[in-house]
Each structure stands twice: as C-alpha cells, then as structure tokens.
Design a protein around this ligand. Structure first.
Ligand code: ADP
Ligand code: ASP
Ligand code: MG
Length: 834
C-alpha cells in the first residue's frame, strides 16, 4: 500500500485531474493505493468567502452557483476528453451537496453567525465535490476503485476545525482495508481530504470536523499511517520542497532529501508546502514522505525521511520560511522576576482563549515574557491575559499587556546547524544588511531552527536576503540610472555587456530605471538593455527631476529591492540636495557628480551618517581622477592610520595639456586653443583656467584626508597677470588672450634656467588647500605629467620620502563610466565564494 495525496492544484481542472488520474493508474500497477484528494483549487477559499458574506447578511446563492459552475465545467470537459465519463451522472451524484450547501449558508444569513459544526459542514463540501469526480474518472478508466468517506476513518479530538488525530480510533477503522486484511481487495481506495469526525469529549455527540486549512496533507498522513502504507506521496504544483517559497525567492534551490525534523520545523514556521501536523504520524511509523509535482511527474521530488542524508553534504541549513500576520504579545513587570509559575499562568490564559503559541522568548532578566500568536487571535488572547492578571495589573506589579500586531516570524531550519557554528550570526547579518529591525529572536532547543520576529511588511525581503546569505545564490543589484548622457549611457552599455559574465560570478545586476531629459523608464523586473535608447523615446513617465526621484523612492519603499543603487550621472546642481531622501529610502548612491561632496561640511557628514544608519553605501570614486583609484586609496590610508603630510596634484586634463604644451615652447594662447579644439576644456576655457573644478577636487581630497574645511577656505591663485582683463564673451576673451603669451613665455624661460617647469593644480599642506600654478623641479613626479594626464601625489607618514603617486587619464566617458560601475559593484554585501 502506498498513499498518494493530490492537492488543489492537481485537481484544478479537467486536464489536471486527468494527469493526476494517470499518475494514480501508473502507481496502481505496482501497489495498492489509498488516494486522498483536495477540493479543486480555489473552492475552499470561495466557501470561506461565502461564510463571511452570509454572516454579514449577504445571500450565498451566487457563491453556490459559482462553485456549481466550476464543477459542471470540469465535468463537461472531462466528458469531452474521456470516453465513458458521464458529466450529467457525475453532477447528479454531487447535486445534493449543493442543495445542502445552500441551506447551510441560508442558516448563516438568518442567524448572522456560523457555529463550528455548520462551518465544518460548509468548508468540507469542497472535498465532497471533488472526490466523486475523481472516482468517476477512475471508473471510466476501468480501475478498481472504491470511494470511502473519510468521516468514517479519520477521527479527531481537541479542536473541531483543526483537530488532533485520535490514532487508535483511526487505526481501528482502517484495519479492514489494510493489505491482506481480506481476500478480495479493491486496488484503489479513494478518500476526500480535510474532513473527519470530531469527538468533543464525554457527553457530546461525534460531529463533523476538519483538519485545519491545508489539512488534506494531514489526512493523507493519518490515512497512510493507519493503513500502514510504505510511503506517502504528496503531489502538488512544484518539483518538491525548495530552500524557500519559490514564489518569493525566484532562484530557490530544490532540496533532494530532508529529515522529518527539518520538514516539521519548516512547515510549522510557515512553509506552505506541507501542513505542519503532517510529518509527526509518518515519523512515528518510519514512513517516508515524498513531495512531487503532478505537473512534472518525471522530476525526482523531495524525500522526507530519517536523516542524515549524504546528498546534503555539510550545508548546515535546508530552508527558510516565514509565517506572516502574527502578533507579538509581551507580559512584563517587576513581579515577574524570580516568581515561579508565571509562565504557566500566562500560557494557561492563552490556551483558555483557544489560541496556540507559535514562539516564545524570555529576556534573561526574567522581566518580560514575549510570545507570538496569529494576528486574528491577538485580541482575545489580550482579553484573556487581562482577565487572568487583573489584580496584578491594578497593583502595577505587571505592566499593561503589550500587543504588537503585523509581525512575521522568519526562520532558518536545518539539521546541520547542530554541528556548525555561525548560523545565528549569518542570519542576523542578513537581516541587518537590509536594515530590518529584529523584535525578538528564538532558537529551538533542538538547535535545528532559529527564528526572528520582524515587521510583517519585511517578511519577503528578509527571506530573500537570508537566502542570499546562506545559499550564495546570485546577489542582486538594482540600478536606478539617473542621467544617461555620455557617462551614464556608457555605463548602462557596460552593464549590458558585463551582465552575463557577472551572473556567472553570482552577481545579478539589473537596471530597473533610466532617466534622461526625455523621461523615465521604470521596470520592476529590470529593463531590456539591448535597445534602451529606443525605449527611451517612449518613456513610462515624463521628465521632472524631483517628481522622478519621488517616484523612484516610492517604488523602492513599496517593492523593497534587496540592493537598490541610485546612480546620479547628471551634472545637476540640485539633485544632490535629494541624496538624504534617497539614502533614507534605503538606496545606496554612486555618483561622479562632485556637487554633494563640495557642499558644506555639515551636509558632507550628514550624508555619511545617513548612509551608515541605513546600512547603505555612498560611493563617489569618480569625483576625482575619474576611473583612477584615488578616493578608495585615500580612505584605506586614512582608515589604517596613515596621515597626510602634504599633497600635490594635477587634476584636470585641460590644465595638464595646456601647461605641458608651454614646455615645448607653444604660446599660451595657442595651447588654450588646441586644448579647446581637442575638447579637453569646457566650452568656455575660463571655467578650467579659473581653477574652480580643481578646487572642488582638492576640497574632496582634503576632506577624505580628515580635514573639515569648506570650499571658501581654499586659497585661489590667479593664472593671469593683474593687468590682463579676462572679461567678455568667449570669442572676445580668446581674441585678447595672445596679450599674455609673453608673460608666460618669460616665466617658462626663467624656470627652465632653474631646471623647472610650470604646472597648474592643487596643493594641500597643513590642512590648507591652495589652487594655482606650481613651479616643479625634475625630481617631482609632476614634472613629466602633461598631454592631458592627471597625477595625484600623496606624501604621508608612511609614504616618505618617496610619495604615493597615482597617475593616468583622469577624464573620458569610458574610464569614468567604468569607475561608476566599479562603485556599483562595491555595494554587494559580501564577496561571493568562487
Ligand atoms: P496543494 O494544493 O498541492 O496542497 P499548496 O498550494 O498548498 O499546494 O502548496 C504548494 C505551494 O507551496 C507551492 O506552489 C509553493 O508556492 C508553496 N511553497 C511554500 N514554501 C515552499 C517551499 N519551501 N518549497 C516548495 N514550495 C513551497
Ligand atoms: N481544501 C482544503 C484547503 O484548501 C484542504 C487542502 O486543500 O489541503 O484548506
Ligand atoms: Mg497544501
């Protein structure tokens, strides 16, 4: 004998029912079967909705008609597909159920309530409708099948709607159907799941009961155990048990083998794949359970049995689950400390309210006991506690009972935890990487499960983050590219070209949003980058910088991507004012825009504080030297305790070019013109020559080196002699420029005699930044820097007398975009193992 259970999705329509029947027939070739079926998908939910409606006075007729139509359609389709299946006869067989349902619902409407027995009779109707259809399908396929009413085989006690099995009664009832119990035995025994007979105790009449929502799994376990099945198979719509709910974690991993204990913990803490009570009866009898896919019967499935299993290797956890919509209730007060019996008094109050406790934690001071129950039960539990502790509350020995609703329990489960350290640490790190507030933590004494209570809205994010940490599945980066001009556009192309390669290294980078002056594209699953420039012609939102930022923030708050990075590739002066909002929304920022870092020092520190508080990064490597590693190098020096003594740098391609040309005897005005023609300068070369851009970079380097200075503290030395008037339009200016050629030619000639050259850049000494021309000798690293090249020369405590020098091209779309891309990659929370 083996037991097969087909869930709602395997009974959802004619096609699914026929596929399930084929599985049954195949199995029946080898073994006798007991088959348990659920209601067709959605029917139990409709029944529950009907009860809710009727209790509030709305007629149930529409619901009944809906359900009748569903079954009628299934039957008609079966008739068209399966010779020998008679739709009319099948419908006639189940028709009395619809009549009864209508009456029961009408009763709810008139009384305005739905007593437990009526509830069970209504809810159990789904299985009483689906099972006869399966029976007729099997009969049409000439199978030896008998329909057995589970209410004569499954007996429960405790709670009518969600009972505990009375195994001795079940055993006795099932005995005549066990293998070998009689000579001529039917090959397939067919049971409706979910329903049972409930025994409320002495003096009460046995009535119809249920096994709780999702309870057909439990039916199969009870029937399998009572019939002494050698295996119980749970046929559903996924290939087995995954490391997390595949609807939440898209790259969840299928688990081949799982111990009974693991399956029990996972299902108890919310994994919907099996009803939580399913495993215990199977474990007690050593019966293996299999989770299989009726939509893909050739998949191996997951085996649940007596571990340990070789297939599991050393991986210490096997799954992550979340139980949503729970409330955390805390009872605390001075009386609690050292008093015996407090816990039992609390828990007896909870059980008298008919509620079950999902998780308990107690602070080590014994000052507070906290526990979780379902949200729907929180109010009655609170009332029960207040009644029980009325006196203590009045005397202020116990504080008011605190109820925190809308919580979720997230759990990691695995046998390997017993032998492996560090699981709790990793778990909490994963939660904190998403800045998720942990309200309580509990570890079962079996050391097989650690749970954290968090706010309900973060449950899915938590499961995804924890999954990444434990299973090294691809870490995601969600890019919001604000400004896709030369640098931003190049960066998007680079991301497009590197995506596949990064995926192999476990980094899944997606661009969710692109903004240009044409508008904004936004897509939750990531934009198709193959033709993003074309898509930009039909944007999802019109361009409006502030509104676009608001929309991005709203999107991130709602969808909670794991690692959102806002990339500011604009030269905007205003956008950096929004950086605090963006960080506070939980995004990292990567940007080549220097504006934020050259605003006042208060803002500079506030940005960093906010990023730290939010566990996000603020990255701006390209603020100076484009793709050259300046900021990171400097930060590492500073963090490791080195100190800047002084600094010299040529930090502008145009100034590098112009002053380099002077060495060769080129007149100043001609050098400027050439630089302009080569597009090294801004459209107005005075914007380079006034040194402001260099000053901003110098300011950032000084701040990164630990000096709290402002832009206005920087000493600016003019390039032009006092008698030169540099005003007017660009043309006028360029026309007048030859007037200074002699001035520069003389300077250069004088310096040449001393073996020196003229350069323009920034110097930092004693915490003071100055910008202007420098006289540079042959042994200075800046001596040979020209032709557009940049150089950064750091003299520090450790780098003396030979300085740390970084040189190379410090501008250009390609290197700058690559620098921003590098910053984006730095936001991933841990280094994947190769
Ligand atoms: P059935 O109707 O067959 O009982 P359910 O919908 O009750 O099916 O359970 C199957 C669903 O459980 C899957 O579709 C899946 O989305 C969900 N699920 C939740 N957690 C897991 C998990 N860890 N592994 C597999 N499925 C899971
Ligand atoms: N039909 C019931 C429910 O949806 C039982 C089950 O399918 O397991 O809860
Ligand atoms: Mg189920």
């Amino acid at each position: 004998m083996i037991t097969l259970k087909f869930g709602g999705t395997s009974m959802a329509n004619a096609r699914r029912i026929l596929a399930s029947a084929d599985i049954i027939i195949n199995r029946a070739k080898e073994d006798r079967l007991s088959v348990v079926v659920s209601a067709a998908a959605g029917v139990s939910n409709t029944l529950q909705a009907a009860i809710d409606a009727c209790v509030s006075g709305i007629s149930g007729t529409n619901y009944v008609n809906d359900i009748r139509n569903t079954h009628n359609e299934i039957c008609l389709e079966l008739q068209s597909k399966l010779p020998g299946f008679d739709a009319e006869k099948t419908m006639a067989k189940i028709e009395p159920n619809f009549g009864e349902l209508e009456k029961l619902l009408a009763g709810c409407v008139s009384f305005g309530e739905c007593p437990d027995t009526v509830h069970c009779r209504i809810m159990g109707m789904g299985e009483l409708l689906s099972a006869p259809i399966m029976e007729n399908v099997l009969l049409a396929k000439k199978q030896s099948v008998i329909f057995l009413d589970s209410r004569k085989f499954v007996f429960t006690t405790g709670n009518q709607k969600e009972g505990e099995a009375d195994y001795s009664a079940c055993n006795e009832a099932c005995a005549p159907f066990r293998d070998g119990a009689s000579p001529q035995q039917t090959r397939i025994l067919l049971f409706p799941g979910f329903i049972c007979t409930f025994n409320g105790g002495s003096g009460t009449k046995p009535v119809m009961g249920l096994l709780g929502r999702n309870g057909s799994d439990f039916s199969a376990a009870i029937i399998g155990a009572s019939l002494r099945a050698k295996r119980v198979e749970f046929w559903t719509d996924v290939d087995g048990v995954y490391t997390a709910d595949p609807r939440v974690v898209k790259d969840a991993i299928l688990v081949d083998d799982m111990s009974y204990e693991e399956a029990m913990e996972l299902s108890f803490f919310g994994s919907k794949v099996l009803h939580p009570k399913t495993i215990a009866p199977l474990q007690a009898k050593g019966i293996e359970a299999w989770s299989l896919n009726s939509h893909n019967p050739s998949a191996r499935g997951t085996r649940i049995g007596q571990g340990p299993f070789e297939s599991r290797g050393k991986s210490s956890i096997c799954g992550i689950s979340s139980l949503k919509h729970v409330s955390m209730i805390s009872v605390g007060g001075s009386l609690m400390r050292g008093r015996t019996g407090m816990a039992s008094k609390i828990f007896s109050a909870v059980s008298s309210a008919g509620s079950s406790i999902l998780l308990i934690t107690q602070s080590s001071s014994e000052y507070t006991i906290s526990f979780c129950v379902r949200d729907s039960e929180a109010d009655i539990v609170k009332d029960a506690l207040e009644a029980k502790f009325e006196l203590e509350i009045r005397e202020k020995l116990i504080d008011a009972i605190d109820v925190r609703k809308d919580c979720a329990i997230v759990s990691v489960v695995g046998d390997g935890m017993i032998a492996n350290r560090g699981v709790a640490g990793k778990f909490l790190n994963a939660l904190s990487s998403q800045d998720i507030n942990i309200l309580a933590i509990a570890q079962g004494s079996s050391e097989r499960c650690i749970s954290a209570v968090i706010e309900n809205e973060y449950a899915d994010t938590a499961v995804r983050a924890v999954h990444q940490f434990f299973f090294h599945t691809a870490q995601t980066i969600e890019v919001f590219a604000f400004g896709a001009g030369t640098i931003g556009g190049t960066m998007i192309d680079q991301i497009r070209d590197q995506r596949e390669k990064l995926l192999k290294e476990n980094v899944d980078i997606k661009v969710l949003c692109i903004t240009t002056i044409d508008g904004m594209l936004l897509n939750e699953d990531g934009l198709d980058l193959s033709n993003w420039r074309d898509q930009m012609k039909k944007p999802d939102f019109p361009f409006n910088s502030n509104q676009n930022v608001d929309d991005i923030i709203k999107f991130v708050r709602e969808k909670k991507p794991l690692n959102p990075v806002f990339v500011d590739c604009t030269a905007s002066y205003d956008l950096p004012e929004r950086y605090l909002d963006i960080l506070n929304a939980g995004m990292s920022i990567a940007t080549p825009n220097k504006r934020a870092n050259s605003m006042d020092i208060k803002f500079y520190h506030e940005l960093r504080r906010t990023a730290n508080k939010m566990h996000r990064r603020f990255l701006y490597e390209t603020n100076v030297g484009a793709g050259l590693p300046i900021i990171d190098t400097l930060q590492n020096l500073y963090k490791s305790g080195d100190k800047l003594d002084h600094f010299n740098g040529i930090m502008s391609g145009s100034l590098s070019y112009i002053f380099g040309k002077l060495d060769e005897g080129v007149p100043f005005s001609q050098a400027v013109l050439e630089a302009k023609e080569l597009r090294y300068t801004e459209p107005d070369p005075r914007d380079d020559l006034n040194g402001m851009d260099v000053a901003r970079k110098g300011l950032i380097i000084a701040r990164e080196s630990g000096y709290d200075i402002e832009l206005s503290d920087i000493q600016m030395f003019k390039v032009f002699p006092d008698n030169f008037d540099s005003s007017g339009t660009v043309e006028e200016f360029l026309k007048k420029l030859p007037e200074v050629d002699d001035y520069f030619a003389k300077k250069i000639a004088d310096l040449k005699k001393k073996g020196k050259v003229l350069r323009m850049g920034a110097t930092i000494k004693d915490g003071k930044v100055s910008v202007g021309m420098m006289e540079v000798g042959q042994d200075d690293p800046l001596y040979s820097v020209k032709g557009g090249e940049n150089a950064f020369v750091f003299y520090t405590e450790r780098y003396q007398p030979i300085p740390l020098t970084v040189r190379g091209y410090g501008a250009g779309a390609g290197v700058t975009a690559a620098g921003v891309f590098g910053d984006i990659l730095r936001t991933v929370s841990f280094n994947p193992e190769r």
